[in-house]
Ligand binder design. Structure first.
Ligand code: ADE
Length: 249
């Protein structure tokens, strides 16, 4: 095929009852430019297409009773089978393992992800078992469907693909990359008065031209903010550093 587009290095298949939600905001800004360039590609699959009844039924009431509806395993199976290979198969659910920067980095190395987005109460457990789904959560709150969660996951992964964010240093310095939250940022004007009438100057060290001092100040800020806001991250950081300094000895 002479005019066939080369396959993107990072491909995503999204199983969703709302394909019109994609690429959504992923079609804008950095991820949008990367999509245009062909750095990644997205294909949506609507399980409704695989129904055979008049009402195009994709869900049914839960065995054992209770509120809500459950996405049917037979329909999802047909949709999935029609789109093999799946690559790494992910199901977005608040029951999943929390999404972290480390997980995003790991997924950015994959050539193919298939993300199943649940609606209603979720999907029949047997599909998750049979297809060995990796369950991922984007936080301890319940969204009305997996689509927004999927977009969060894809956004975090796509910006890590080669050549999507211009400068490699951007990743090296940002929050979580070294286990700490990020230090604060400032730009011109060097002095600014806000609605509270208080003039605020940029910290002197940042205009000193002393790069070593800037680095030191940023490290301290990152440590302080992490200790204050995220004791969980701080403990992990401290024990990681303790392990590393033992290794050096
Ligand atoms: N679906 C609904 N809520 C979710 C969450 N917090 N994370 C992942 N998928 C979801």
């Amino acid at each position: 095929m002479k005019h066939a587009k080369p396959e993107a290095a990072f491909r995503v298949k999204v199983i969703t009852l709302f394909p019109e939600m994609f690429p959504g905001h992923l079609g804008l800004s950095l991820s949008g430019k990367a999509l245009e360039k062909g750095a990644w590609s997205i294909e949506t699959v609507n399980p409704r297409y695989y129904t055979t009844d008049l009402h195009k039924t994709v869900d049914d009431s839960p065995f054992g009773g209770g509120a809500g509806m459950v996405m049917k395993p037979d329909i999802l199976d047909k949709a999935l089978k029609a789109h093999l290979p799946l690559g790494r198969f992910i199901y977005m659910t608040p029951r999943g393992t929390p999404l972290t920067q480390k997980k995003a980095e790991e997924l950015a190395k994959e050539p193919l992800l298939t993300v199943l987005c649940g609606r209603y109460e979720g999907v029949d457990e047997r599909v998750l078992e049979a297809y060995k789904a990796e369950e991922i959560s984007v936080g301890d709150y319940v969204l009305s469907g997996g689509e927004q969660a999927c977009m969060i996951l894809l956004d975090a992964v796509i910006r890590l693909l080669p050549d999507v964010v211009g400068n490699a240093d951007t990743h090296a310095e940002e929050s979580f990359q070294n286990g700490l939250l990020e230090y604060p940022h400032y730009t011109r004007p060097a002095e600014w008065t806000g609605p509270d009438g208080i003039p605020r100057k940029v910290p002197d060290v940042l205009t000193s031209g002393n790069h070593a001092k800037v680095k030191e100040w940023r490290q301290k800020c990152a440590e302080d903010v992490t200790r204050e806001r995220r004791p969980d991250l701080w403990s992990a950081y401290v024990s990681q550093n303790a392990k590393e300094s033992k290794k050096v000895k």
